[in-house]
Design a protein around this ligand. Structure first.
Ligand code: NAD
Ligand code: UDP
Length: 337
């Protein structure tokens, strides 16, 4: 039996594929490359020396998706495919709702049709909105502030209703905190198109000389040094959490939610300093205005993932910075290098 990976060519999908292939799992991958490159899949083959089936399919094309599931002995799915840029989701809400929600409905309908009722879903800490306190546990109230976050929360609710209607499903909702870093080989990593929205890709491009100066969005937050605090997690640790989630889903039915973070909050300035320490490169920065919608602090209590999944993060912040830079150095223009 095989595991269907949607969005496998993306940043987190490609790292997760490596962990699954190395664990001897059979994978069938779909992606439409709307935010990724075929080269990422070649690199996964190179790192692991293992092969998998790939189909260039859009989740919105239900017939094509049906064919993939029908013909490939799929018994479970890890669902990464979706659009993820907060700013773009505010500008193009219909695109986001249609792609993320309709895509997920198509997927769940097809999986149910062929009895593959096991899914791990990529949710996000964004579903906690502006938390009343930190660290965040899974039972915190849920709310969102933008269409992207809304799609994550809606999908969580859809999955709950799917389970309520049919208790044969096994559903793990992983709420990722801030994934960064890259595979130690430097062959796969985050490859944002255009100007990076997120902190680490931006710092990495400053370190590589592709951009002049990091803008730190505000130093008047209610945090120890005034800059925003987040829970950064190495993408390889995050990838490993999916393996644990699938292993659990193979033994129990139900729906459950897990924070996937380290439990440690770092400020933007902490990250700049950690990056400088890990790479020996000075990062130019200036303080600018706050970015609308940003919150003071967001970090996980990851205890449940440890107790139920037997998972915890192993890489520290310097590993994350070093591996980000290693990927950038080896691939100055990402997969186009
Ligand atoms: P990514 O954009 O690198 O990967 C997503 C992949 O899905 C891409 O390869 C894209 O081409 C594909 N895709 C999108 N829509 C598709 C469709 N309709 N049909 C087929 N393929 C489609 O993003 P990522 O960082 O790897 O994130 C993976 C998942 O994790 C996403 O659902 C994202 O929302 C979620 N997530 C990411 C972060 C983060 O910071 N990276 C944080 C929390 C949650
Ligand atoms: N940030 C910043 N400059 C940038 C990008 C991000 O100062 O160019 C800050 C941002 O305000 C937040 C933190 O870095 O406090 C993490 O932002 P990111 O976009 O990476 O993740 P998210 O906002 O989703 O937590």
């Amino acid at each position: 039996m095989a595991i269907l990976i949607t969005g496998g060519a993306g940043y987190i999908g490609s790292h997760t594929m490596v962990e699954f292939l190395n664990a001897g799992r059979e994978l069938v991958v779909v992606d439409n490359f709307m935010n990724s490159k075929p080269e990422a899949l070649e690199r996964v083959r190179k790192i692991t020396g293992k092969d998998f089936k790939f189909f260039q399919v859009d989740l919105l094309d239900k017939e094509a998706l049906d064919k993939v599931v029908r013909e490939n002995n799929i018994d479970s799915c890890i669902h990464f495919a979706g659009l993820k840029a907060v700013g773009e989701s505010c500008a193009k809400p219909m695109l986001y709702y249609h792609n993320n929600i309709t895509g997920t409905l198509n997927l769940c309908e097809v999986l149910a049709k062929y009895g593959a009722k096991r899914i791990v879903f990529s949710s996000s800490a964004t579903v906690y909105g502006n938390p009343a306190s930190v660290p965040i546990t899974e039972d915190f109230p849920l709310s969102t502030t933008n269409p992207y976050g809304e799609t994550k929360l809606m999908i969580e609710r859809i999955l709950k209703d799917i389970y309520n209607a049919d208790n044969e499903w096994s559903i793990s909702v992983l709420r990722y905190f801030n994934p960064i870093g890259a595979h130690k080989s430097g062959l796969i990593g985050e490859d944002p198109q255009g100007i990076p929205n997120n902190l680490l890709p931006y710092i990495t491009q400053v370190a590589a000389g592709r951009r002049e100066c990091l803008s730190i969005f505000g130093n008047d937050y209610n945090t120890p040094d005034g800059t925003g605090v987040r829970d950064y997690i190495h993408v390889v640790d995050l990838a490993r959490a999916h393996l644990k989630a699938i292993e659990l889903a193979e033994t129990v039915t139900g729906i459950d939610y897990f924070n996937i973070g380290t439990g440690v909050g770092y400020s933007v300035l902490d990250i700049v300093h950690a990056y400088e320490k890990a790479t020996g490169i000075k990062i130019n920065y200036k303080i600018t205005a706050r970015r609308p919608g940003d919150i003071d602090e967001c970090y996980a209590n990851p205890k449940k993932a440890y107790e139920v999944l037997g998972w915890k993060a192993e890489n520290n912040i310097e590993d994350m910075c070093r591996d980000s830079y290693n990927w950038q150095r080896q691939n100055p223009n990402g997969y186009d290098s």
